[in-house]
Design a protein around this ligand. Structure first.
Ligand SMILES: *[C@@H]1O[C@H](CO)[C@@H](O)[C@H](O)[C@H]1NC(C)=O
Ligand SMILES: *[C@@H]1O[C@H](CO)[C@@H](O)[C@H](O)[C@H]1NC(C)=O
Ligand SMILES: *[C@@H]1O[C@H](CO)[C@@H](O)[C@H](O)[C@H]1NC(C)=O
Length: 253
C-alpha cells in the first residue's frame, strides 16, 4: 500500500515536472512570437497569468470537442493579460458623429443574399493593431465624410439589409469577456456577453451561416493574432447577443 502510494506520488511529480518543461518551452515560444520582453519581476506574474489562460483555453476546447461550444479559444498576443487588463484597454470614443445623422431605409425589393463577405470584394482595409486605441473610423471615411446613417437599434434583420446593400457597418459590442479576447475560431456565442453594456467598436463586414449557425463576420482592431487573422464570427439572430445591433452606423461618403 505504502509502496503503491509512493509510486503514484513519484509518477505525479515526474509528470508535473515534464509538464513544466513543456510549458517552459511554450513560454519561450510565446515570448518570441509576440516579441515580449519583461522585467524579471513582471515575467513571473505574466507567466502565471499565461498558464491560467492556457488552462482555460484547453478546458474550453475540450468542451468544444464534445459539442458544448460553437467556437474555440486559442493563444494570442493577449494571452499574458487578465480580463481586467484587456477591458481597460478597450475604450469607447466620446462624442462621435451626432451631426447630420439620418436613418437607414432598406431599398425596395432588396434580394437578401445568404452570405455576404465584403473582405472578398477588397472593400475592407487590412487589419491594423490599434494598440488599444479604439477609433470610430469605418473604412473609406476621411475628409469627404458627409454624415452618418444609423440603422434602427435592435433589428438584426435591418442590420443584415444594411450590410448587404451598403457595405461594412460599425457597431458597438460588449467585448469584455475572456472568451472574447481568447477567441480563436467558430461562431462566438457566450451567454454571458452583455446585451446592454458596450465597451468596444468593431466593423461588421459580412454575415452567413457556419455549420448551421448564423454569424456576423466582424473585423476587430487588435491585429492579426486575434481570432481568425483579426476577424471573429459572432452569433447572429441570437437575441442581439453582445448588443451587436444596439447602435449600428455607417458613413455617407
Ligand atoms: C471572407 O473573405 C476572405 C477573403 O476572400 C476570406 O479569407 C475569408 O475566409 C472569408 N470569411 C468568411 C467567414 O467566409
Ligand atoms: C493612441 O492614442 C493616443 C492619444 O490619442 C496617441 O498618442 C497614440 O499615439 C495612439 N496610439 C496608436 C498606436 O495609434
Ligand atoms: C448632410 O448629409 C447630406 C446627405 O447625406 C449631404 O448632402 C450634406 O452635405 C451633409 N451636410 C453636411 C453639413 O455635411
Amino acid at each position: 500500500m505504502v509502496f503503491k502510494c509512493l509510486f503514484v506520488l513519484a509518477l505525479c511529480t515526474c509528470y508535473g515536472r515534464l509538464y513544466e518543461i513543456f510549458l517552459d518551452k511554450e513560454w519561450e515560444d510565446f515570448k518570441r512570437i509576440y516579441s515580449k520582453t519583461y522585467t524579471e519581476q513582471d515575467e513571473k506574474i505574466r507567466k502565471s497569468i499565461w498558464i491560467q489562460n492556457i488552462d482555460i483555453i484547453n478546458r474550453h476546447n475540450k468542451e468544444a470537442d464534445m459539442g458544448h461550444h460553437s467556437y474555440r479559444l486559442g493563444m494570442n498576443e493577449f494571452g499574458d493579460m487578465t480580463t481586467k487588463e484587456v477591458t481597460r484597454m478597450l475604450n469607447v470614443p466620446k462624442g462621435y458623429a451626432t451631426d447630420n445623422v439620418s436613418t437607414f431605409l432598406p431599398p425596395n425589393n432588396l434580394q437578401l443574399p445568404e452570405t455576404v463577405n465584403w473582405t472578398k470584394e477588397g472593400y475592407v482595409t487590412p487589419v491594423k493593431n490599434q494598440n488599444g486605441n479604439c477609433t470610430f473610423r469605418p473604412p473609406k471615411i476621411g475628409a469627404t465624410c458627409q454624415g452618418f446613417v444609423r440603422v434602427p437599434a435592435g433589428d438584426e434583420v435591418g442590420l443584415q439589409k444594411a450590410v448587404a446593400s451598403v457595405g461594412p457597418v460599425t457597431v458597438s459590442i460588449d467585448a469584455s469577456l475572456k472568451s472574447f479576447y481568447l477567441y480563436k475560431e467558430g461562431v462566438y456565442d457566450d451567454k454571458k456577453c452583455s446585451k446592454k453594456m458596450f465597451n468596444h467598436f468593431v466593423l461588421i463586414v459580412g454575415y452567413g451561416k457556419h455549420l448551421g449557425k448564423e454569424y456576423w463576420l466582424v473585423k476587430n482592431s487588435w491585429g492579426m493574432s486575434f481570432g481568425m487573422d483579426g476577424y471573429i464570427m459572432m452569433a447572429r439572430n441570437q437575441d442581439n447577443q453582445c448588443g451587436i445591433s444596439n447602435q449600428p452606423v455607417y458613413p455617407i461618403v
